[in-house]
Ligand binder design. Structure first.
Ligand code: NAP
Length: 281
């Protein structure tokens, strides 16, 4: 298989780091993106890969990341939007957005839209790490994306991952003809650092002895690696949501094209709200 340039966010730990290892082993050029400089540089050093650091709680850092990636890579064959997680009490970022929504949806939305022309030229795949939580825990209201009316960590996380699935649908609708292929996936219930700083009840499952019963990071990375290394339209269906390499059922709201379009427009406004250059679309 031809060597692909694969940018993975959240590659400093967990599922992203496992995917980076598997893809580097397969001979691909992996670009390791993380939040912690120490963890990110350690994974990159291990793989002999380039690395970039950005905290998605700050949209200015996402803009800077996009600019650095554009400068550095003429081709980006795969953008894996994998960074994310579940938070504690409701927090608002310096950009004025609820943190779960910003880190899981708005930041990858901004990164992707700032790279659109590069992704089009490269006929890239955009692979987003969603979660079954988008079906189990969401209570999605497009007029309350910031969870101002009510907030619970699990619901905010489910809503943010539902937004990731809507983004995947809308990216496919807008840019498939231009050469971009989008997919979202659920990695399974994987023993990682997930929920380590959350007040969610899920913390018990991930951060105690119970984590022994969960899937390994390497297995959790399998569908990401598969989507990143196979051919959209042949091996997988663009615009779809995958679990264990199979198309899976989404929350019914994900099939609403008006909602997907509405979320896209609102996301453009939210990432451009501070007057800085926002999304390109
Ligand atoms: N584990 C599961 O069972 C499970 C299930 C469904 C979906 N997921 C999703 O899978 C993805 C990977 O999670 P994981 O389970 O591998 O957890 P993890 O071990 O905690 O890894 C999370 C990754 O995201 C990065 N990250 C977190 N907050 C960030 C921020 N504000 N800015 C930039 N990067 C940030 C982390 O960077 P640093 O380590 O450098 O801080 C790390 O690389 C997430 O999107 C998660 O929601 C996980």
């Amino acid at each position: 298989m031809a060597r692909r340039t694969i940018v993975i966010t959240g590659a400093s730990d967990g599922i992203g780091a496992a995917a980076a290892r598997a893809l580097a082993e397969d001979g691909h050029e992996v670009v390791v993106v993380g939040r912690s400089p120490e963890k990110t540089s350690a994974v990159a050093r291990e793989l002999g890969a380039d690395f970039f650091v950005a905290d998605f709680a700050r949209l200015a850092e996402v803009r800077s990341l996009a600019a650095q990636l554009r400068d550095r890579y003429e081709r980006i064959d795969v953008l894996a939007n994998n960074a994310g997680g579940i938070m504690a009490d409701r927090q608002v970022s310096e950009d004025g957005h609820e943190l779960t929504f910003q880190v899981n949806h708005l930041a990858p939305f901004l990164l992707t839209t700032l790279l659109l022309d590069r992704l089009e030229e490269s006929h890239a795949s955009v692979v987003s790490t969603s979660s079954a939580a988008h079906r189990l825990f969401s209570d999605f209201h497009v007029d309350d994306l910031e969870s101002e009316r009510s907030y619970a960590p699990n619901t905010a996380y489910g809503n943010a991952k539902l937004a990731v699935n809507l983004f995947t649908r809308e990216l496919d609708r807008r840019y498939r003809a231009a050469g971009i292929s989008a997919a979202a996936f659920h990695p399974g219930v994987v023993a990682t650092n997930f929920a380590a700083t959350s007040t969610s009840s899920m913390r018990v499952m991930y951060q105690t002895v119970l984590s022994r019963f969960l899937t390994s990071s390497a297995k959790g990375a399998d569908t990401l690696v598969w989507l990143a290394t196979t051919t959209p339209g042949v091996d997988w269906q663009p615009g779809s949501y995958y679990v264990k390499r199979k198309v899976a059922t989404t929350h019914p709201l994900v099939s609403d094209p008006r909602l997907a379009a509405d979320l896209w427009e609102r996301s453009v406004e939210m990432v451009a709200a501070d007057g800085a250059p926002g999304a390109a679309a």
